[in-house]
Design a protein around this ligand. Sequence first.
Ligand code: G4P
Length: 282
Amino acid sequence: MHFQWYPGHMTKAKRQMQEDIKLIDLIIELVDARIPFSSRNPDIDELGKNKARLILMNKADLADEKKTRAWSEYFKAKGYFVVCLDARSKNGMKAIQNEIMEACKEKIERDRRRGIKNRPVRAMVVGIPNVGKSTFINTYAGKACAKTGNKPGVTKGKQWIRLNKNVELLDTPGILWPKFEDQSVGLKLALIGSIKDEILNTDELSIELIKILLKDYPDALQGRYAVEEKEDAVKVLEAVAENRNCRTKGNELDYSKAAALVIDEFRSGKIGRFTIEMPIEE
Ligand code: G4P
């Protein structure tokens, strides 16, 4: 299977971000906690050098808690401030506020030395499509002031959302596209639902997913679908079809239906909480 991304928007979005970054003190970068590496665009490190950095490991409610902690330590060791999050919930917003102040301590101190008092920290939310940028902005700002959708550069004049006396947020998030010369990155993005399903072969995708789960979470499929098979992914899919009575009109087992079901239940967390990549040892 070959994965693609809409490259047409990329240059424009990147240029926009270069401009926006000049206006801010802090980059709030969202990553998907299930694939913290593959859901990042490494260009952000270049674009955001000299800026304070906060990584939000979002959709942590769908990720493996133990692995989320390991990733969090990994990012912290690299100098980022980190908060794990379910952006749909208000919980965690206080922690973010604290981390923002901590991440911008130097700037606040610099302002103070120059006699500038109470100038709010200016921040911008960035991330690849679907990581939860709009959801986060809505929850954090406490009202529906960020539109869901992936249209970079819709606002002409810069609009800032005044969150409180200490923080202002640029109202349009910066959209980065994932990078994947590496097709395994494309596969993981497809699995979490970041690539449109119309361009994907769901049958193949489900087989890849089953292989990953058999390897990293050997009991998960058994728990959900009472599947005994532990080796052969196609046999597992067949067993899922049987377990869920996925059948064609002619009463044959319907593999495609089972494939779509497994993917859907994986994405919505029904099979369990999974993190399908770990930091690469350096
Ligand atoms: P974006 O601006 O970065 O593109 O992402 P957006 O906020 O639109 O969020 C994408 C989807 O992810 C939304 O689902 C949203 O509810 C969901 N989401 C965001 N944060 C979290 C989180 O922390 N946990 C979970 N479980 N879901 C989260 P949606 O509107 O239903 O769209 P879809 O899921 O049908 O794509």
